[in-house]
Design a protein around this ligand. Structure first.
Ligand code: IPM
Ligand code: MN
Length: 373
């Protein structure tokens, strides 16, 4: 964090990967549970695009996650981290193992990658595709189509903390949310630029809690309005408290275009968003470092009880692959991938987004997309 506090790169729009260079080195990290199964289908789809879209991918597997930890005690070895920095992007399945205590793999692998690779944006589209069921009555694809930009390397996830007098009645625990102006500015910069490029409702909403977290979100709110007024006067600025955001995401999702928020609130509201777009089977995300190596993942977990059964929905992973293409500058290929997913969803072949109820197997879904793309 010391480095990022002193260096203002927030205005820099440069990307490390030259856009649209057609040939890419991708690190594949299947990870735990159903992760490898869903990523396999994503890789299948990307391979199908090689022939039809003139792209080429060189995939390299990385064995990280719960199984490796249980065998060797390693989470993310320095050598693997150094290797990963050489790739154009990382394609991740899922990290999380029922036999490993919560926190070890999350902090040791997933969060560590986000922090070490400075993937300071977590991009999570909330988009209901036609033919997908949403639990929100009377809302359809017209109403549910927005993007959450979650700050991904700061806040309570990286703030200082500690515990004292553990396991005594006097135990004290503290874990604080910390943001620097630099971290906030670079996230907001990305969000304004994203809203401008998206060019839909030209509205950026800040989601915070200025009525209680009066220091933290005062910083966010001032930075938000200063930047918006100065450089993005054509973009409308809205503000919602996080609790109200949850309410409106259910009641009036059509109000949203792009939402920008901190790490913790972003984590919470994107699970809600995922449910409104049809569930974890279809929700994809990208951990973005605009100047470095980004990582794409289905946002659902490792779903241990479905492991190896060929019943899990791979669409979230396939869509994450589409986000990866888009990020690499392969807009047309990304669009084709998305169109093919929509075609499958509209065909009525898939009975549900839920594991075991799809009416198709995991590999059937991958095969269908790969052969229709
Ligand atoms: C997510 C996950 C992670 C997070 C966990 C697994 C550490 O919930 O990607 O949203 O909290 O960021
Ligand atoms: Mn989460």
């Amino acid at each position: 964090m010391a480095k990022s506090l002193t260096e203002d790169k927030s205005k820099q729009q440069a990307v490390a990967v030259p856009k649209g260079k057609r040939s890419y080195k991708i690190a594949v990290m299947g990870g735990d549970g159903t992760g490898p199964e869903v990523v396999r289908e994503g890789v299948k789809v990307l391979h199908a695009l090689e022939k039809s879209a003139g792209l080429s991918f060189e995939f390299t597997d990385f064995d990280l996650g719960g199984a490796r930890y249980l065998k060797t005690g390693e989470t993310l070895p320095e050598t693997a981290l150094a290797e990963l920095k050489k790739f154009d992007a990382i394609y991740l399945g899922a990290i999380g193992h029922p036999d490993v205590k919560p926190g070890i793999l999350e902090k040791g692998v997933l969060l560590r990658l986000r922090f070490e690779l400075d993937q300071y944006i977590n991009l999570r589209p909330v988009k209901l595709y036609p033919g997908v069921e949403t639990p929100i009555k009377d809302k359809g694809p017209e109403q549910i189509d927005y993007v959450v930009i979650r700050e991904n390397t700061g806040g309570i996830y990286t703030g200082v903390g500690g515990v004292n007098m553990k396991n005594t009645p006097q135990e004290v625990a503290v874990q604080s949310a910390v943001y620097s102006r630099f971290q906030v500015d670079r996230c907001l910069r990305y969000a304004f630029e994203y809203t401008r490029a998206r060019n839909k409702r030209k509205t950026l909403a800040l989601c915070g809690k200025t009525n209680v977290l009066t220091f933290l979100f005062d910083l966010w709110e001032r930075a938000f309005h200063e930047m918006g007024a100065k450089d993005y006067s054509e973009i409308r600025r809205d503000y919602y408290h996080v609790d109200a955001t949850c309410m409106w995401m259910v009641k009036n999702p059509e109000w949203f275009d792009v939402i920008v928020t901190d790490n913790m609130f972003g984590d919470i509201i994107t699970d809600l968003g995922a449910m409104t777009q049809g569930g974890m089977g279809i929700a994809a995300g990208g951990n973005i470092n605009p100047d470095g190596v980004s990582m794409f993942e289905p946002i659902g977990g490792s779903a241990p009880k479905y492991t190896g059964k060929n019943v899990i929905n791979p669409l979230a992973a396939i869509c994450a692959g589409g986000m990866m293409l888009d990020h690499l500058g392969e807009r047309e290929a990304a669009q084709r991938l998305e169109n093919t997913v929509v075609k499958l969803l509209q065909s009525g072949k898939m009975k549900s987004m839920s594991a075991g109820k799809m009416g198709m197997s995991t590999s059937d879904v991958g095969d269908w997309i790969a052969s229709n793309i």
